[in-house]
Design a protein around this ligand. Structure first.
Ligand SMILES: [Zn+2]
Length: 428
């Protein structure tokens, strides 16, 4: 599948050299070197690896109070590689990670880039910026409790500039801030703006000076509009988006990263995670209302970049939003493009990611069925007969050439390897 222009091509050969695609063309038109390893994906649909623009890949909610009080950053760090692997195996070969503590995201990215562990290419935010008492602060607890040191809490333009510089100094690729209140935090509101317009403008100005884009978490419509006008690259969640907000997004070329499934997941599992009733109530309110705005935004042609908020629900289920985006009015092709070409654009990496073209990274996914007929084939590898093949960069000390990460479904017969599927097995 060549997805850049939404056209499906058949009988294609993708020639990969080291970590990149060297050429793509119809069978017979591409000269295959004599020493090439052939991976026969006949019968499969090959897509660019998916990009999730909104993850928290270093952690996963298990229990509200345990997560907050009984886990140290080191507990989080030692488990993060598990989530990275699950994400990759779900077909997500790149992620924009919008907020992890203590620069664990930077460390994870480094470990992946140097081949020490398996995971998607990461574009990370470091510490998300929040006002005191805001969505990224820890509110609702005793004032005698102190969590000091690493956080993104800032008030006023000077602190904002310093925090952004500090984030970038230690490896942030993108700047994330919480423009409005949120669901999984104990402040009263869920949608009220939390930064002033002056502060939002300072965030965008400072980030831009360092060549970084800004992602704004925003549920309430007033904060959404302020963030768009301040010049952010993307609105994350955008739950209470209205017509005026949609018009503004189109005018300012702002991407919407809708995060659909996460709301269903919080409603379903929130009690199990011991979330306080107040948070559950916020989740129900937002979840009941957000689909209307998403539907309108899709219809109006707002640029939708795929993002899930994985980490609030289990990593590895990142494909859950595809089906929901189609239910909201996207064609299956548009939903796939939101996670490939459009997501790559938002990252500013269209020259390297999101399409099967020469010069791009050979990040590929193969599924056995046709996702345009049934988008849900992109979910749940082990149980829906999906085969994922992704190629990562070479590891130091390894011979040149392909390195495959291939997951055999638990029910082996669902991925019929005996016939025409031949994959390069994991070289580990
Ligand atoms: Zn998030």
């Amino acid at each position: 599948m060549k997805n850049l222009n939404g056209k499906i091509l058949e009988r294609q050969v993708i020639l990969v050299e080291r970590e990149k695609i060297k050429s793509v063309g119809a069978e017979g038109s591409v000269t295959i070197p004599a020493n090439a390893t052939i991976i026969d994906l006949a019968g499969a649909t090959v897509l660019p690896g998916f990009i999730d623009c909104h993850t928290h890949i270093t952690a996963q909610i298990e229990n509200y109070l345990d997560d907050t009080f009984r886990k140290s950053p080191i507990d989080v760090a030692v488990a993060a590689h598990i989530f990275a692997k699950r994400t990759l195996e779900a077909g997500f070969t790149a992620c924009r990670d919008v907020g992890s503590g203590e620069f664990i995201d930077v460390a994870l990215k480094k470990a992946i880039n140097t081949g020490k562990i398996v995971g998607p290419r990461l574009f990370v935010a470091g510490h998300g910026l929040s006002v005191t008492g805001g969505h990224g602060d820890l509110s609702g607890f005793s004032p005698y409790l102190h969590f000091e040191g690493f956080d993104g809490v800032v008030d006023g333009v000077d602190e904002i500039r310093k925090k952004i510089r500090w984030n970038i100094k230690y490896g942030a690729d993108v700047i994330k801030f919480t423009a409005t209140a949120g669901v999984l935090s104990e402040e009263e509101s869920v949608g009220a703006p939390q930064f002033s317009f002056e502060e939002m403008k300072a965030i965008v100005e400072e980030a831009t000076r360092w060549g970084k884009k800004v992602a704004a978490h925003a549920h309430g419509v007033e904060g959404i509009k302020m963030a768009i006008q301040a010049g952010v690259a993307s609105i994350e969640h955008g739950s209470l988006l209205d017509d005026e907000g949609i018009t503004l997004m189109k005018k300012h070329n702002t991407y919407l990263v809708p995060t659909v499934y996460v709301g269903d997941s919080v409603e379903k599992f929130g009690k199990q995670w011991n979330l306080p009733e107040k948070l559950l109530e916020k989740a129900r309110m937002i979840n009941a209302r957000k689909r209307e705005g998403y539907r309108k935004a899709i219809q109006a042609g707002v640029k939708i970049a795929y993002g899930t908020d994985a980490g609030v629900f289990p990593h590895g289920m990142n494909a859950a939003d595809f089906r929901l985006l189609v239910e909201l009015g996207m064609t299956p092709m548009q939903a796939i493009q939101s996670a490939t070409t459009v997501a790559a654009e938002l990252l500013g990496k269209s020259d390297l990611l999101g399409s099967i073209q020469s010069g791009r990274y050979a990040d590929l996914v193969a599924v056995k069925a046709d996702p345009l007929k049934d988008i849900s084939v992109l979910e749940n590898i082990p149980f829906h007969g999906r085969c994922t093949f992704s190629i990562q960069r070479d590891r130091p000390g390894k011979p040149d050439g392909l390195r495959g990460v291939f997951r055999v479904p638990r029910q082996r017969d669902q991925c019929d390897r005996s016939r025409r599927f031949q994959f390069l097995e994991h070289g580990r």
